[in-house]
Design a protein around this ligand. Sequence first.
Ligand code: SF4
Ligand code: SF4
Length: 281
Amino acid sequence: MTANPKTRRKTSLTQIRKGMLWFSIAAAFLIGIRHLMPGEATSGGSFDTFCPFGAIETAWKYITSGQTLKSTNLLNFAILSGVLAVSLVAGRAFCGWMCPLGAAQEGLANLSRRLGGGKRRVRGKPSPAKLPIRLPAKIDRPLRYVKYLVLVGVIIASIFTLFPPLHGFCPARAVFSFKLTSGLLWSVLITFIVTSMLVERVWCKYLCPLGASLALFNKISPVRLSADFQNCNHCGRCDIECSMGIQDVPDDLSSVECIRCLECLETCARKDALVLKVIEP
Ligand code: SF4
Ligand code: SF4
């Protein structure tokens, strides 16, 4: 039996996304290894200079003095510009397609599912695995606002610090830099691994200030998912697959939580119930 063209198109999008996530993990580890080389840490800029959020952390210092916070430089602004360009076109697609921390969380959730007995998982059906869990709505909903508080807190703190405020406990440094120079970073690493195995994309949902910065782009970006309610029968398959835990996916496709991973599109069995399209301005 041959797959119809629609199925092939959707599957290839998923494969490209998975490939990009693997690439982002490899790139992050390579940057971490590079800074272990003799002389590289001082000559090539720090691990932090590759972080798009580093530009937001150092923006106040740069605007007010023309200098950047320690461990950041203009490369942060160049990388943030690229992320913003992607976001202008496709909302939080950076989170779903390019972020190494997002990729690590997906990998850890998959590992957790397998360890928890979810090997025979069928798309669109609840996994038999006990983990990862979804937090109850009354806990999940208020926690989603924490990432905005983190963003505001970091911006305010950046006025008073020499290093980027997240420098000492950034999960990207803990996971990818190979420089666990403090007990705090070890704690962050262990917490990140454990919580990502307990709750899917826990960092993206509740804590990431970069995700918070990009959230509003979901409301204006032209490339987005759209539901056709003539074809959707509200079967709920897409809700089950959404790693960001969006409730009623077809009704909430411009949610600030959507990371444009397209798992809902991949899962939907109804022809043209969900479509990826470009909205005209
Ligand atoms: S969009 Fe597809 S998977 Fe989602 S509820 Fe509608 S028919 Fe089901
Ligand atoms: S709504 Fe669809 S594209 Fe958005 S995060 Fe959920 S599964 Fe991914």
